[in-house]
Write a protein that binds this ligand. Structure first.
Ligand SMILES: *Cc1c(COP(=O)(O)O)cnc(C)c1O
Length: 236
């Protein structure tokens, strides 16, 4: 078994145990493989070991890998900060966008989603860590943003995404993820079935609080070497 296949098996166990501990259905929790800075060959290996959903943060890097992997039936998720001049390529080349945090970006994605493709799945990124994080809309702004995005054509608003400030304090992890869950439940919109939250170090707490996608990089592909990637340091 390759290291990646072994890691996927271990992650499956972690997710299964976390689901069991909180009496949740394991099948409702998706493993999103975060492949930023990793080569197409690593994605190929993860796909061979059973994964289908891949998350990328940097557009140019993602487009390069997509071009190398057209023979595989992969589902691509954009999870990084979005500049306006990148929306067209994102609308054309991805199935999900987890990091929408302002209306202008959602409007551009809606206008630029090609007619022949199904609606683009959207999560609104919410900032539950205050000043500790720059990305994500403020919780107070979320209801208006969600109501506006839900009206846009060619998009399907699925739920919320969050990247809480990293902490080893388990209670703080639970509190941040519970805040995201409560924000979603207070939105007066039907069909919000998604909570994209939890990464390598805090997926257990996220699952306990209702995560439906855990976004996993390090625990799946190993540590990242940013010197080799486009775009320098990530914001998360
Ligand atoms: C890099 C990244 C991840 C994966 O983080 P790990 O700690 O390596 O699992 C998840 N979500 C986002 C938005 C990221 O940028």
């Amino acid at each position: 078994m390759s290291t990646i296949a072994e890691n996927i098996a271990k992650l499956g166990e972690r997710i299964r145990e976390a689901a069991q501990a909180s009496q949740r259905d394991f099948a409702r929790i998706g493993l999103l493989a975060v492949s930023k800075t990793k080569p197409a060959s690593a994605i190929r290996e993860a796909h061979a070991a059973g994964l289908r959903d891949f998350g990328e943060n940097y557009l140019q890097e993602a487009l390069g890998k997509q071009a190398e992997l057209t023979d595989l039936p992969l589902i691509w998720h954009f999870i990084g900060p979005i500049q306006s001049n990148k929306t067209k390529a994102i609308a054309e080349h991805f199935d999900w966008v987890h990091s929408v945090d302002r209306l202008k970006i959602a409007q551009r994605l809606a206008e630029q989603r090609p007619a022949g493709l199904p609606p683009l799945n959207i999560c609104l990124q919410v900032n539950v860590s205050g000043e500790a994080s720059k990305s994500g809309c403020a919780p107070e702004e979320l209801p208006a943003l969600a109501a506006a995005v839900a009206q846009l054509p060619n998009l399907r608003l699925r739920g919320l995404m969050a990247i809480p400030e990293p902490t080893d304090d388990i209670n703080a992890q639970h509190q941040a993820f519970a805040t995201v869950r409560d924000l979603r439940s207070r939105l007066a919109l039907p069909d919000l079935d998604t909570l994209s939250m939890g990464m390598s170090h805090d997926l257990e707490a996220a699952i306990a609080e209702g995560a439906t996608w855990v976004r996993i990089g390090t625990a799946l592909f190993g540590a990242r070497n940013y010197a080799q990637s486009e775009g320098g340091q990530p914001t998360s």
